[in-house]
Every structure is written in C-alpha cells, then in structure tokens.
Design a protein around this ligand. Structure first.
Ligand code: FDA
Length: 396
C-alpha cells in the first residue's frame, strides 16, 4: 500500500460548505485534503448575489428552510449562527451592508469571502487540489479509498461529501454526492429545482407579450406559503424574488395566487379616485396605481369598459378582488439551468443533526446543499453551508 497518500479527512467539493468544514477540521490538528474538479474554489460564491454574495441573513432561523424533517437544521444553525459568520468576516476586515429584509452582502466583492476561506485553510495547512475528481469510493476496515481521475488512490479515515446540488450544471454541478449516498444505503428525497423562474403555456405567454421587463410589488402564494417581494415579467413567464421564493413550494399542476400591490387598499383607493377622476377611463385610472402596460393587461383580462364614474362599489370591489387573488397555472420552471438551489437531497433521517455524520457508515459526512435542507432566497443557503460545514468540521 506504499505510495498511497493518507489523510485524516478528505473533503469532496471546495464550495462554501466544504471550505468551512476543511478549515474547521484542520484547526483541531487533523490532516485535511480538499479536492474539487473545478479550476477554482468557491465558484458559486463568486457569482452569488450579483457578485457581492448575500452571505447570510440577520433573521435566519429554522423557519427559513425546507426539508422533509423541519427540525433537522435546528442544531447546526444554533451552534454556528449568522452572528458567528458576521464576526468571522469582520475579523477578516470584510465590510458588509444590509440590502433588504435582513439580507447581508459584501460592500466590495464576493471574492473577499473566497479569499478569506482560502486564507483560513492555508493557515490550518489544508491541502487544496483543484481539477481533481473522484471516480470511485470504497470503504473497508474503517478507511476510505478514493480513486481519482488520474488513476491514483487517496486514503482517509473520514470523508466529507460537500459536492452541492444539481443547479447550474455548466458551473460544474454534478450528482456525485447523491450517488455516494446511495452507494452506502442512504435514501434520497426526490430532487427538483428551487428558487427558479416559473414558465407558462403559449396562451399566457401571448397575453404577457407586452409585459417582459416590467416589475411590480406582489405577494405570491404557492401551496399556502406566500412571499411579499417584487414580481418580474420575463419572456418565458414570471421571475423576481416573490416568484423564486414561491417556486420552492410549487408542484407541477398547482396554481399560484398573486396579490398585486399587497400593501395598498385598492378598493378604498379606487373609491377615493372616483371622486376626483370619475371622467377618466377605468384603464387610465388603473395606470395611476400600476405600470401602464400592466393596467392595460388587467383592463383587457377583466374586460373593463367605460369611465371610473360608471363603476359601482360592487364593480370596484370586483376589480380589487381580481388583483388580490389573480390565479395562474405555471406549466413548469426554467429548471436547473437557472435554479439557485436544489430541493431535496440526502435524507436527513440517516444523518446526525449534530455532526452531519452518516448513521449508516461511520466517518462519512454530508454537508451543504447535497443534504435535504434548502433555504429561502436571502442568504439562508450560504448560512446552511457555513453551519453544516462547521458542525461536521468540529465533530470529525
Ligand atoms: P457548492 O455548489 O457551493 O460547492 C460544491 C462544490 O463541489 C463545487 O465547487 C463543485 O465544483 C464541486 N463538485 C461537484 N461535483 C464534483 C465532483 N464530481 N468532483 C469534485 N468536485 C465536485 N445562496 C445564498 O445564500 N446567497 C446568495 O446570494 C446566493 N446566490 C446564488 C446565485 C446563484 C447564481 C446560484 C446558482 C446559487 C446561489 N446561492 C446563493 C445558493 C448557494 O450558492 C448554494 O446554496 C451554496 O453554494 C451551496 O454550497 P455547497 O458548498 O453545498 O455547494
């Protein structure tokens, strides 16, 4: 067996979760190798948040995550919190700001976070190997053998699978984490794209043809869970934060319900406008509260005619109700090509919530997006990567 390099820990995947875990595991004196098939570490961090990385959320808690076991994320999130990560980046002199709804972004660039993680790993003597992938994993006598793409073999007492989800395949996402889990008897909660724009059939697209590029405040509800944020019309259908959030709760064939201008009391507003602007056409009055193209769209959909003065209270109530409970049937999503995250993943029933270790194979860990824990939009997915990575790194 001579010539085989042996490590205490091998981390597969140098993304957010993997790098946090590697630095933490090495800080307790373990020999740690982290490998990635990409040319650079932390590529998703680099492109996240429009290049500024929405690295956590001030209001992060278990309620912001979707999992078949809603309790699973609690322990890791409690033991390594958003405040811990804020303190970490402050120690590394990375300045940040809150954009909205508790979402924290780097002032300068997401590359600062990658540089920090690389520095942390270097300080703890973590070995980083890029453009390296694992072709097979074997486990016997308490040791893992990892065969690499160049034919060489590495050995480790612990293996951490941090290979992420399936989103954005052109950035190197693969399903290898799920394959390794299944190889060792873990079940996978069905995976599907999350935080993803919704698409519509030809008829609806035709109806929307004048609207792409237009955005409006809305509350979008799918399967009983609603989000009040911006809604954006696109050439393929609907996007914007409220739609991305709702997409994670939407299943094929379900409707979504959209409340346009949820902060306004539209019925009262239209009644008040009727006093002063009774001679205006109803679509022109709607254009006083909505973008003109959208006012035209709704006027057509509701077949509104005549002046505002012609509309009774019952008519105005019907208009307000239509705009507060607009029902739409998406036909699909844009898929993994544009999805920010993968819903589902390694079943948490077979993992320790404290350490992320497999309950089936000792020394095997799963962290980050590969696990069936998916955050809302707004920095929650990175917080899960930091928290689960730290939990495993501390436990190994
Ligand atoms: P991640 O995907 O980061 O890392 C996995 C690593 O494993 C990759 O480096 C990959 O190359 C490597 N790998 C995969 N297969 C391999 C193989 N076979 N062999 C070797 N290596 C392999 N979240 C958030 O909280 N705030 C935000 O602002 C954003 N923004 C955002 C924008 C975009 C465009 C996307 C696609 C996603 C986001 N996210 C986000 C989500 C966030 O990026 C994601 O949840 C985390 O990166 C997950 O971290 P992981 O470390 O688990 O996986």
């Amino acid at each position: 067996m001579s010539g085989i390099s042996k490590f205490d820990v091998i981390v597969m995947g140098a993304g957010a979760a993997g790098m946090m875990c590697a630095a933490q595991a090495a800080s307790t004196g373990k020999t740690v190798l982290i490998l990635d098939h990409a040319k650079a570490a932390g590529e998703k961090i680099r492109i996240s948040g429009g290049g500024r990385c929405n690295f956590t959320n001030l209001h992060c808690g278990p309620q912001n995550f979707i999992s078949q076991n809603p309790h699973f994320a609690k322990s890791a999130l409690k033991r390594y919190t958003q405040w811990d990560f804020i303190e970490l980046i402050s120690t590394h002199s990375i300045s940040w700001h809150e954009k909205t709804l508790g979402q924290l972004f780097c002032d300068d660039t997401a590359k600062d976070i990658i540089a920090m993680l690389l520095r942390m790993m270097k300080k703890e003597r973590v070995e980083l190997r890029l453009q390296t992938s694992v072709t097979s994993v074997r486990h016997s006598d308490g040791l893992f053998d990892l065969v690499l793409n160049d034919g060489s073999t590495l050995q480790a007492s612990s293996v951490v699978v941090a290979t992420g989800g399936k989103s954005i395949p052109k950035m190197g996402a693969t399903g290898i984490g799920y394959q390794i889990a299944e190889q060792y008897g873990h079940s996978i909660i069905e995976t599907r794209p999350g935080l993803v724009p919704l698409t519509f059939g030809e008829d609806t697209k035709q109806d929307f043809s004048a609207l792409p590029g237009l955005s409006v405040p809305a509350r979008v509800t799918a399967n009983g869970t609603g989000f009040s944020e911006g809604l954006l019309f696109t050439h393929r259908g609907l996007s914007g934060p409220s739609i991305l959030q709702a997409s994670s709760y939407w299943n094929e064939k379900d409707p979504i319900h959209v409340h346009i201008l949820p902060e306004r009391t539209l019925f009262e507003d239209l009644r008040a406008l009727r006093k002063e602007h009774g001679k205006k056409s109803i679509s022109n009055v709607l254009a006083m509260v909505l973008p003109t193209r959208l006012a035209d769209y709704f006027s057509n959909q509701m077949r509104l005619t005549g002046n505002l003065a012609d509309q009774s209270d019952v008519d105005l109530r019907a208009i307000a109700t239509y705009l507060s409970a607009w029902e739409l049937f998406p036909t699909g999503t844009e898929g993994y090509r544009t999805a920010e995250v993968t819903l589902g993943g390694v079943n948490t029933d077979q993992l320790s919530s404290k350490t992320m270790e497999s309950r089936l194979v000792s020394g095997l860990y799963f962290i980050g997006e590969v696990v069936d824990v998916t955050g809302w939009l707004g920095g929650f997915n990175f917080q899960w990567a930091w928290s689960s990575g730290w939990a495993a790194g501390s436990a190994i």
